[in-house]
Design a protein around this ligand. Structure first.
Ligand code: FPP
Length: 245
């Protein structure tokens, strides 16, 4: 049991997850990919509850990338339907657990129905304080950075901002993640070891954790293992080991 081994005083403040392997999970069982995504929602629920219970303050899930629009229309429709249904179903759990919902990405590109549902849950949970659950939807880190550059150029052009004032903090304030701290722990399931255009700026000092478990099989015990593993690492942020201790 990894839960008992976790030092609650040293939890990662911000955990983010690339939920990968839904398709392969379904294929292994001879099922359609849609079943994999559906099963993936169970893992989402378990990990959200697991993080909130432990005391993780920020959880960010990569639910749909800008590149995912290139999947067959049927699969995109399934993912959007699952999103709407999950939001409808989980608003009660979010409220009961005092969790605030947040979304990052090009939200305007989502179907109107999904936007409406999302807005409703975000508004209803706005006052919740235990944990912030952020869904990355139609999210791509490069798209986000282009959006930041355009915003900043516009402000410089209109003389609302001077060129010299641009620093890390100004960039942080213009990212979709403006209200979130840097990522401490990034988990990717399914054995792939890449970042796939997710939070490139925000993971500058994150610890990366890769597991072969496919997302639909991932449960809170696997989350505890990832957090325990994170706690065995020494985060030096560019300093020497001696400076840290
Ligand atoms: C990756 O598996 C997963 C996705 C593209 C979508 C993740 C979505 C969910 C878990 C369900 C909906 C989410 C919420 C928040 C309600 P893949 O299809 O790339 O799997 P593969 O690499 O095995 O093909």
């Amino acid at each position: 049991m990894f839960k008992e081994k976790i030092d609650i005083q040293r939890l990662p403040q911000h955990v983010s997850v690339i939920m990968d392997g839904n398709g392969r999970w379904a294929k292994q069982k001879g099922l359609l990919r849609a079943f994999g995504h559906e099963e993936g929602t169970k893992a989402v629920r378990d990990v959200v509850e697991g993080c909130a219970e432990l005391g993780v303050k920020f959880l960010t899930l990569y639910a749909f990338s800008t590149e995912n629009w290139n999947r067959p229309k049927r699969e995109v429709d399934t993912l959007m339907r699952l999103l709407v249904n999950s939001l409808k179903k989980e608003i009660k759990t979010l409220t009961e657990n005092n969790i605030k919902l947040n979304a990052i990405g090009n939200i305007d590109s989502l179907p109107k129905k999904a936007q409406k549902e999302l807005k409703e849950v975000i508004d209803k949970t706005a006052g919740n304080e235990r944990m912030v659950l952020t869904l990355a939807l139609s999210y791509g880190s490069r798209e986000e950075l282009i959006h930041v550059v355009k915003d900043l150029c516009e402000k410089v052009k209109n003389e609302e901002l001077s060129l010299d004032a641009i620093d890390e903090s100004i960039i942080n304030q213009h990212l979709y993640t403006q209200n979130l701290p840097d990522v401490d722990l990034l988990i990717r399931t399914s054995g792939e070891q890449r970042i796939s255009n997710f939070l490139l700026w925000q993971i500058a000092y994150a610890e990366l954790y890769f597991t072969n478990i496919l997302w639909p099989d991932f449960r809170r015990e696997n989350l505890y293992e990832a957090i325990y593993n994170y706690q065995t690492r020494e985060r030096r942020f560019g300093k020497t080991s001696e400076q840290i201790s």
